[in-house]
Design a protein around this ligand. Structure first.
Ligand SMILES: [Zn+2]
Length: 326
């Protein structure tokens, strides 16, 4: 009996201390907090080849997104004026600038010790602060992986949330078709019970030239609301507590005529992201109907996406039930 009592006390201690610890730990999101919201996110930029076009498309559609940027990936952000201007445009257009490390280590951040990871965060933060006067509060680990030790370092660098995803466009992967990925996952989802954080890369040609012009109207047709990461998470985008400026590009005069960004032909029938030189001025292409006609399959449990907080609460309740039964 004494043994059982001690066991109960130990379990209670472990449960409470793990709850207290998790309540102050770095947040993690794989979906938005509100159903019906969808956050487009772009990693690995800025790209001197494609990011400006992506910003043009977002302006045309009056959609705001979140960019997880690097300091030294496809270009040297500190010293390249074109890259700096792209970051400035992203910020001033009302998109969210978030961190994806300074150098995008090929190994991800899991092998990095405190000193190296601190450098990866602070070196990028200093460049961004120099360009736009803010430091990101949101972080996405390269490869999507991090350790509890990484999380402590990230917190110490002012990061408040790690942002993962529940819709992967696979735009870098020739085995997949990015547009079809969206259709497969969103096609049978229900905005009243689902929300999405989508993973894209603004260094990928297929995203800039084909996928984005097609999937944005498609997503609109499904009734989702585009949000930036601050709205998606209910947290501040920047370490000083600020959020992106509210900027609208929704002007009817701006949108006269057909959408100039939709490609004449798409690679929807091909097996992978093999997009070539097939874009150009659209005729009367109805993009999302074209997508819908491809036939929809459902690979992921879009409707069953669980916010990690809800899961934590569920796990805590489960532990208390076990404790009570002993
Ligand atoms: Zn990346």
């Amino acid at each position: 009996m004494v043994l059982v009592s001690n066991l109960k006390k130990t379990l209670l201690f472990i449960t409470l201390s793990s709850f207290i610890k998790s309540s102050i730990a770095l947040e993690q999101f794989i979906t938005c907090i509100n159903n019906g919201d969808i956050a487009l996110t772009f990693d690995d930029g800025p790209s001197l080849d494609y990011t400006s076009r992506i910003l043009d498309i977002l302006d045309y559609e009056d959609v705001k997104a979140t960019f997880f940027v690097n300091g030294m990936n496809t270009c040297d952000l500190k010293n390249n004026q074109v890259a700096r201007d792209i970051i400035k445009r992203e910020y001033e257009s009302g998109h969210v600038i978030a961190s994806h490390t300074y150098s995008h280590p090929l190994t991800g951040i899991t092998p990095l010790g405190e000193k190296k990871l601190t450098f990866e965060i602070n070196a990028l933060n200093n460049i961004l602060y120099d360009i736009v006067g803010v430091k990101p509060a949101f972080f996405r680990p390269p490869l999507g992986e991090y350790t509890p030790e990484n999380a402590i370092v990230l917190e110490n660098c002012g990061i408040t949330a790690n942002i993962l995803w529940n819709l992967d466009s696979e735009d870098w992967n020739s085995q997949y078709n990015a547009t079809q990925q969206y259709v497969d996952i969103l096609g049978t989802s229900d905005p009243s019970v689902s929300s999405f954080i989508t993973l894209n890369h603004d260094i990928q040609e297929v995203t800039a030239m084909q996928n984005l012009p097609i999937v944005i109207p498609y997503i609109k047709s499904l009734g989702y609301r585009f949000v930036t990461m601050d709205v998606c998470t209910g947290m501040s985008a920047y370490q000083d507590g600020s959020n992106p400026p509210k900027v609208s590009t929704n002007s009817t005069s701006y949108k006269k005529g057909n959408n100039p960004y939709i490609p004449i032909t798409s690679n929807l029938n091909s097996n992978g992201n093999t997009y070539g030189n097939t874009y150009g001025m659209s005729n009367n292409m109805n993009s999302y109907d074209a997508v819908n006609n491809e036939g929809i399959t459902f690979d992921l449990e879009a409707g069953g996406a669980i916010h990690s907080h809800s899961f934590g609460l569920f796990a805590l309740s489960f532990l208390f039930i076990i404790f009570y039964l002993i």
